[in-house]
Design a protein around this ligand. Structure first.
Ligand code: NAD
Ligand code: UFG
Length: 330
């Protein structure tokens, strides 16, 4: 089977491409390199022995999509290509709605034109109107709190409406919790844009000596150690969830991908220090506006229906994050 991976040189797309190739799928990538590098497809080749063809271009470019679907007999698409910064989405909503939502419409039109009706979509826990009720199941209320989240919910709506208009479509929406870690080879991983907004990329920059300390944003939450609790998932486990989703594509499916347990910021810092032997200087800082104390996934539906389970430990998440970052920042 041949899979079109949009955003396939990005963080999650590259790891998923590796798992696809290792599972015997053929992969074709389209990426505009707005947040990644062309060398990633060669790195995927070094890991798997198979370098996927990379079309450098935009999913908004319907002529290019037309060309790709004409040149390859694509069986299904996995749609990662999107912009993902919450603060940038609030500052420039038109950019986000155009890139993410219009980009998705463009992909859907090309798929429909070429009779390809199988899609796995990268959604996010950000679609939930998350409260401190947890664990969060797929039927929790949907009410994103930022523009990025609005684009994810709109894209989910596009896919589910498409399915309802024509049940020949098979659509799986995967809602990720907090991906961290990297491939154990150290060849692919997460490259943050500018000052990292997320916890693990910030920690690795402190470890690399690029930043003096980690600001722990909120130490007075109602959690065991006062710091925020999230469901961190190793990106390789997450990538494998996409293989299970492809194998089980049937009708409209919606699944959380998380481990089902939460770790606090201090637990992550301690685990990182243990895994790497590097001390992370920390300072207490105010809460980030809009942050919640604690949330994690109810992943039992993906466990039961997809036969998917996370296997990687927190120690591996930290060690693998650092192996990639160390090589990248040296
Ligand atoms: P990423 O930025 O590393 O990868 C996205 C890739 O898409 C990049 O390589 C970028 O160059 C490409 N891209 C963006 N817009 C494009 C366009 N219009 N045309 C072609 N290529 C385009 O991000 P990621 O962390 O790998 O995220 C992948 C997907 O998962 C995104 O849809 C993101 O919203 C979603 N997601 C990510 C997280 C997370 O924490 N990383 C959590 C939940 C959901
Ligand atoms: N944190 C710090 N210091 C930092 C960065 C984060 O202490 O420099 C803390 C946060 O307060 C939070 C935890 O680390 O308690 C995790 O923060 P992240 O920003 O890594 O992750 P979030 O869960 O806040 O947000 C991420 C994505 C969102 C997405 C959400 C749910 O950034 O886009 O997961 O999937 F919506």
């Amino acid at each position: 089977m041949k899979i079109l991976v949009t955003g396939g040189t990005g963080y999650i797309g590259s790891h998923t491409s590796v798992e696809l190739l290792n599972s015997g799928y053929e992969v074709v990538i389209i990426d505009n390199l707005s947040n990644s590098d062309a060398s990633v497809s060669d790195r995927i080749g070094r890991i798997t022995g198979k370098t996927p063809p990379l079309y450098i271009g935009d999913v908004l470019d319907e002529a290019l999509l037309d060309q790709i679907f004409s040149e390859h007999k694509i069986d299904a698409a996995i749609h990662f290509a999107a912009l993902k910064s919450v603060p940038v989405s609030m500052a420039d909503p038109l950019l986000y709605y155009h890139n993410n939502v219009t980009g998705t419409l463009s992909l859907c039109r090309a798929m429909k034109k070429h009779g390809v009706k199988n899609i796995v979509f990268s959604s996010s826990a950000t679609v939930y109107g998350i409260s401190d009720d947890r664990p969060i199941g797929e039927d929790a209320p949907l009410s994103p709190k930022n523009v990025y989240g609005n684009t994810k919910l709109m894209m989910e709506t596009v896919f589910s409406d498409l399915y309802h208009s024509d049940p020949e479509w098979n659509v799986t929406l995967l809602r990720y919790f907090n991906p961290i870690g990297a491939h154990e080879s150290g060849l692919i991983g997460e490259v943050p844009e500018g000052i990292p907004g997320n916890l693990m990329p910030y920690i690795t920059q402190v470890a690399a000596g690029l930043r003096p300390h980690l600001n722990i944003t909120g130490t007075d939450y109602d959690t065991p150690d006062g710091t925020g609790v999230r469901d961190y998932i190793h990106v390789v486990d997450l990538a494998r969830g996409h293989i299970k989703a492809l194998q089980n594509l049937s009708g409209l499916g919606i699944y959380n991908l998380g481990t089902g347990r939460g770790y606090s910021v201090r637990e992550i810092v301690n685990a990182f220090e243990e895994a790497t032997g590097i001390k992370i200087a920390c300072e207490e800082a105010p809460r980030r506006p809009g942050d919640l104390a604690c949330y994690f996934a109810d992943a039992s539906k993906a466990n039961a229906m997809l036969g998917w389970r996370t296997e990687k430990t927190l120690h591996e998440m930290c060690a693998d994050s650092w192996r990639f970052a160390k090589g990248y920042y040296k």
